[in-house]
Design a binder for this molecule. Structure first.
Ligand SMILES: [Fe+2]
Length: 511
C-alpha cells in the first residue's frame, strides 16, 4: 500500500468508525430515566454488595494504606487499574456497567508502604458533560434524555476498560477509539494518544498483547465498515505496520491471542445489525445467532494480508489467558468461554438498577489450532462447575509457552452471596493441579495479576497481586499471595479507608 493510499484508508477507517458509533444512537431510551437511580438506591438497602456498582462520590482519591502481614521486600512498583466509575451524572444513571466514565487507580508499592491514588479520566466527554451540567452523550447501552450528536468515537470515548504502561507512556484504554495518555505520577490526563499522525481515530482495543521483548500487537473493530484492524508497534512505541481484514458480519471482539508467528481473533455470531427504523443503543444494534458459527481468524504476524478462517460453535469469550505455538505450527491457547453473551446483554445492564439477573457463566477451555490443516478444536479444562474469568500469566511468557495460569473462579456449591467470582486460582498445566483461595463473602475480588519476583526464572517465583472490594466495611484491599501457595491466603494486605466501584483491568509496572 502506498503512503497516500494508506493515509486514505486510515482516514476512511476513522470516518467509518465515527459512523459506526453514531448511527445507532438516534433517540432517547424508552425507559423512565430517573427510575434507574431510584431503583438502584432501593436495592442497595437489601443488597449492600451492590456498592460495587455505585457511582464515585468524588473525582479524586488519595490515601496511604494500612499494611498487615509480611510485605515482600522486593515487591516494588505500581499496580494500575482502570474501570467504569462515574455511573451517574446529574441524576442520570447509566443503563449498563460498561457505560461509566473511567477512573484510573495506582497503588504505589515500596519499602515505605502502599500509597493509593485514583483520578477520573478527563476525557472529552467528561469535560463536555461537566460544562453542560448533565449527561450528554449516548454510550454503549445508554441514551440520556435529549442526547447530543456523536461526532467521532473519541467524542464518547470513556477510557474505562484497561491500562497499559509501555515505552515510558501510561495509556488508558477503551475499545472503540484511541488510547488516552495519562501522567504515571499524578494520574492527570494528558490527552488522546496517537501512535502516528495517520492513525488518528483508528480503534485500538483494550487488550493489546505485549511480547517479552516489548513488541506490542493489538486490534480494533470498525462496526460501520465490517473491518478488523491490526496493529504492530515496537518496544519503543513506534508504529511498525497497520492492516485490515474484512469481517462481514462484524461483531464485538474484546480480546485476542498472539503467538510467536500468528494472531488469532474469534468473531462470535453477535452480529452488528443497526436499523434506522427503530432507536437503539450500540449494544442493542447487535443480534445473537446461537445457531451460527464463531469465526476464527488466523493471521500471519509478518504479513497481515496472509490469513485464513476456521470455525467453532457459537460461543462468547471476553478473555484469553495466553497463546503460544510450537515448531510444528500447532497453536494452543486458553479462554474463559461462555455459551452466549447474555451476561453482557442483560446481567451487566440490569445490575445498574439493582435488578439481579444471573448471566451465563464462563468455563475455561483450551483450544488447539493446526495451522497446516487450518482446523481448530476445543476442550474444557476443569469440571463443569468451575466458573472462571480474568485469566493471566507471567508477563515474561506472554505469547510464548506458559505452564501456569492465574484466574478468578467460583463454584456453585461455594458461591458467595454477591454472585460474583469469589476465588483466586492458580493452575499448573504440567501437574494438572489447581490451587485456590476463597474470599470471604464480604469481599469481592477484582482481576488478580501475576507479578514476577525480579531476577527469577519465569513462572517459578513471584506473587499474585489483586484487589478486592470489602463492601461491608467500605474498604479496598490489595492482597499479595505467594504464587506457589495461593491456597495459604494472602501473605500481606494493604487496606484503604474507602471503597471504590468494581474495576476492570490492571497492569503492574515494576520499579
Ligand atoms: Fe477485558
Amino acid at each position: 500500500m502506498t503512503t497516500t493510499a494508506r493515509r486514505t484508508f486510515l482516514q476512511q477507517l476513522a470516518a467509518l468508525g465515527a459512523a459506526g458509533a453514531a448511527s445507532p444512537f438516534l433517540s432517547p431510551d424508552a425507559f423512565a430515566e430517573q427510575s434507574w437511580a431510584e431503583q438502584f438506591n432501593n436495592a442497595l438497602e437489601t443488597h449492600p454488595w451492590l456498592k460495587a456498582y455505585r457511582s464515585i462520590g468524588q473525582t479524586a482519591y488519595e490515601a496511604t494504606a494500612e499494611v498487615t502481614g509480611n510485605w515482600p521486600e522486593d515487591l516494588t512498583g505500581t499496580f494500575y487499574r482502570n474501570g467504569p466509575a462515574q455511573h451517574e451524572i446529574a441524576g442520570y444513571r447509566y443503563h449498563h456497567w460498561f457505560d461509566g466514565d473511567g477512573m484510573l487507580q495506582a497503588y504505589h508499592l515500596s519499602s515505605e508502604g502502599v500509597r493509593h491514588q485514583a483520578r477520573l479520566i478527563e476525557t472529552y466527554k467528561v469535560q463536555a458533560e461537566r460544562e453542560a451540567g448533565r449527561a450528554l452523550y449516548p454510550g454503549f447501552a445508554s441514551i440520556p434524555p435529549e442526547p447530543a450528536g456523536v461526532t467521532s468515537p473519541d467524542s464518547v470515548n470513556v477510557a474505562n476498560i484497561s491500562v497499559l504502561p509501555h515505552h515510558n507512556k501510561l495509556l488508558a484504554l477503551w475499545e472503540a477509539g484511541s488510547p488516552w495518555e495519562m501522567d504515571p505520577e499524578t494520574l492527570n490526563t494528558r490527552g488522546i494518544y496517537e501512535f502516528s499522525e495517520n492513525t488518528r481515530g483508528v480503534p485500538f482495543s483494550a487488550h493489546p498483547r505485549v511480547e517479552p521483548d516489548g513488541t506490542l500487537w493489538n486490534f480494533g473493530y470498525v462496526s460501520g465498515a465490517n473491518l478488523l484492524v491490526l496493529w504492530h508497534i515496537d518496544a519503543n512505541g513506534k508504529l511498525v505496520k497497520i492492516g485490515k481484514v474484512d469481517a462481514d458480519p462484524i461483531s464485538m471482539v474484546h480480546d485476542f491471542v498472539v503467538t510467536s508467528r500468528h494472531i488469532v481473533l474469534m468473531v462470535p455470531p453477535l452480529n452488528y445489525e443497526p436499523s434506522p427504523d427503530r432507536p437503539m443503543t450500540f449494544l442493542d444494534a447487535h443480534v445473537w445467532y446461537s445457531g451460527e458459527a464463531t469465526r476464527v481468524l488466523v493471521v500471519d504476524k509478518n504479513d497481515f494480508s496472509n490469513y485464513f478462517w476456521t470455525e467453532l460453535p457459537a460461543q462468547w469469550v471476553f478473555h484469553y489467558g495466553n497463546g503460544w505455538e510450537d515448531n510444528n505450527g500447532i497453536i494452543r491457547f486458553d479462554a474463559a468461554r461462555a455459551d452466549d453473551p447474555f451476561a453482557m446483554i442483560d446481567t451487566f445492564r440490569q445490575v445498574m438498577r439493582g435488578n439481579i439477573v444471573p448471566g451465563s457463566s464462563s468455563h475455561h477451555h483450551q483450544y488447539r489450532i493446526d495451522t497446516s490443516t487450518r482446523s481448530i478444536a476445543e476442550v474444557p479444562m476443569f469440571s463443569p462447575d468451575v466458573d472462571s474469568e480474568f485469566p493471566c500469566v507471567d508477563p515474561r511468557v506472554s505469547c510464548r509457552q506458559n505452564r501456569k495460569l492465574t484466574m478468578l473462579s467460583s463454584s456453585p456449591s461455594t458461591s458467595a452471596i454477591h454472585g460474583s467470582l469469589n476465588e483466586v486460582s492458580t493452575f499448573d498445566f504440567d501437574t494438572g493441579e489447581r490451587k485456590l483461595y476463597r474470599y470471604p463473602d464480604h469481599q469481592m475480588p477484582e482481576e488478580h495479576l501475576y507479578v514476577p519476583r525480579p531476577g527469577s526464572v519465569p513462572e517459578q517465583d513471584g506473587w499474585i497481586v489483586g484487589t478486592a472490594l470489602n463492601w461491608r466495611d467500605e474498604q479496598m484491599l490489595l492482597n499479595v499471595f505467594d504464587v506457589s501457595h495461593v491456597d495459604d491466603g494472602p501473605v500481606a494486605t494493604a487496606t484503604l479507608p474507602y471503597a471504590l466501584p468494581f474495576g476492570l483491568h490492571g497492569k503492574f509496572a515494576a520499579g
